[in-house]
Design a protein around this ligand. Structure first.
Ligand code: C2O
Ligand code: CU
Length: 490
């Protein structure tokens, strides 16, 4: 029903979105970039690495002396960076000190459904949960954020988000920049709005969701980063709730993209522009010369969004944001070159290996004309089988598609093979308007007929409005738990 209303509104009124944003040249870059602290951990008797995160309210001075209410984990705003090694058993003791229910979801993580942190696993005020799992996937830049039913956008917007970095021996052996906060720099980028005094305000809403008129990085407004090495690895996370960002260096120089959502690419990809929809990550390596300053900015046009002028209004069309100034020291420490080969990506499964094909039509705020129903299971996947998921954004609106528990590969976009930066492991993909994207996905289990995972649009207002479905991963031959209503395919 919502979808219909949107289509009507779009057809009827000629969409008026928020004004075009251009902060380029207006940002002063007068504050050092905050680096999220590394989360402390302890090893318990059986070797499990134990972290603790408490969701709490806080106050942040984006401008000195002007406090805004923000939420964070063990902090006033955002949360610490968790780091773990492939093969490690981890537990996170999650405490909710907010006065409303929340959940904590591990975006991009392959883990049992019972600890996925989706909407079925609320943590009531004052309560805690203790998700525990074994890290069994390649080195990657993952993140965590709440996922409460219909309340995700407002909790993430207030600042509940943080990074979860995974390492593995193969990645360490490459000698990539890896000194956290020195030449391996996390960048959590979010669009926000401020009043003239520098107090955070609400943001203008469009059909995409709330859109801010500037960006902050790791919670810092107007940030600069002082680089001391020739090469700097930037771990980019678009943690905006709706805005699609396109990262580039303002002088047009290329960057080397080395990783996408789920880990390293097969080889570095030289690119001048990295498009990330909400929830997507990319790692890029930037080469600096001594003493220079270069601005990392975001620039998106409706053409790059894959649409016409309708999109321009939705994403603020032709928008340019100054994101961060990189300031190179007068003397830069030499960096090892980025290796020409990064990761062994398995070949895409051939047609014979695809056990089943499913379609996901994105339209309005629905997937396959249905809205999220926590009591309904939309599909059941059998552990270990490769599935082809055809995601079709049938509209002119921007959407994205995120799948829990798995890293997938993109087989095609609009019938063509994906560009190299989208050919690696992904868990979220920008759903280009009026385009079909074929994903190859396999869930490695364990099967659990009682706890669903989610797939959804990661534009969080859309997710909250019901643009989400639920699936179970089961052992071969296993049935879904009987308390669920099964999708009848209507
Ligand atoms: Cu990043 Cu289902 O979420
Ligand atoms: Cu959407």
């Amino acid at each position: 029903a919502l979808g219909g209303a949107i289509a009507l509104a779009l057809a009827g009124c000629g969409l008026v979105g928020p004004a075009v944003v251009d902060t380029s040249g207006k940002v002063e870059f007068d504050r050092p970039l905050a680096i999220p602290p590394l989360a402390p951990s302890t090893l318990d008797a059986d070797g499990t690495r134990v972290f603790a995160l408490t969701a709490e309210r806080g106050e942040t001075e984006f401008e000195p002396g002007v406090p805004s209410e923000t939420w964070g984990y063990d902090d006033d705003h955002l949360g610490p960076t968790l780091v773990a090694e492939r093969g490690e058993r981890v537990r996170v003791d999650v405490q909710n000190d907010l006065d409303e229910a929340t959940t904590l979801h591990w975006h991009g993580m392959q883990l049992p459904a019972a600890v996925d942190g989706g909407p079925h696993q609320p943590i009531e005020p004052g309560a805690s949960r203790h998700p525990e799992w074994t890290i069994d996937q390649p080195a990657a830049t993952l993140w965590y954020h709440p996922h409460p039913h219909e309340e995700t956008e407002q909790q993430v917007e207030r600042g509940l988000a943080g990074l979860f970095l995974l390492h593995d021996p193969a990645e360490r052996a490459l000698g990539l920049p890896s000194a956290y906060g020195v030449d391996d720099v996390p960048l959590i980028v979010q669009d926000v709005s401020f009043d003239d005094d520098g107090r955070r305000t609400g943001r203008a809403t469009s059909f995409a969701g709330a859109l801010g008129d500037e960006t902050i990085v790791n919670g810092t407004r107007s940030p600069y980063f002082e680089a001391t090495t020739e090469l700097v690895r930037l771990r980019l996370l678009n943690a905006s709730t709706a805005r699609i960002l396109g990262f580039e260096l303002a002088d047009g120089r290329p960057m080397q993209q080395i990783a996408s959502d789920g880990g390293l690419l097969a080889a570095p990809v030289e690119t001048a522009h990295v498009r990330l929809s909400p929830g997507e990550r990319a790692e890029v390596v930037v080469r600096l010369t001594p003493g220079e300053r270069v601005v990392l900015r975001s620039r998106m046009t409706s053409a790059e969004l894959g649409g016409d002028d309708v999109l321009a209004g939705l994403n603020g069309g032709r928008d340019v944001f100054d994101v961060l100034e990189l300031r190179a020291a007068a003397d830069l420490t030499a960096s090892a070159p980025v290796p020409a080969a990064l990761a062994d990506l398995p070949d895409l499964p051939g047609p014979d290996e695809v056990a089943i094909e499913r379609r996901f039509d994105l339209h309005g705020f629905d997937i396959n004309d249905r809205s999220m129903d926590p009591d309904r299971i939309d599909l059941v996947a059998e552990r270990g089988r490769t599935e082809r998921w055809i995601v079709h954004n049938t509209s002119k609106l921007p959407h994205s598609f995120h799948v829990h528990d798995a890293q997938f590969r993109i087989e095609s976009i609009g019938g063509a093979p994906p560009p190299p930066e989208l050919a690696g492991w992904k868990d979220t993909v920008y759903a280009v308007p009026e385009t079909e994207i074929a994903l190859l996905v396999r869930f490695d289990g364990p099967g659990d007929p009682e706890h669903p995972y989610m797939y959804h649009c990661h534009l969080l207002m859309h997710e909250d409005a019901g643009m989400m479905g639920q699936f179970l991963v089961v052992e071969p031959g296993q049935d879904a738990d009987e308390h669920f209503r099964m999708d009848d395919g209507e």
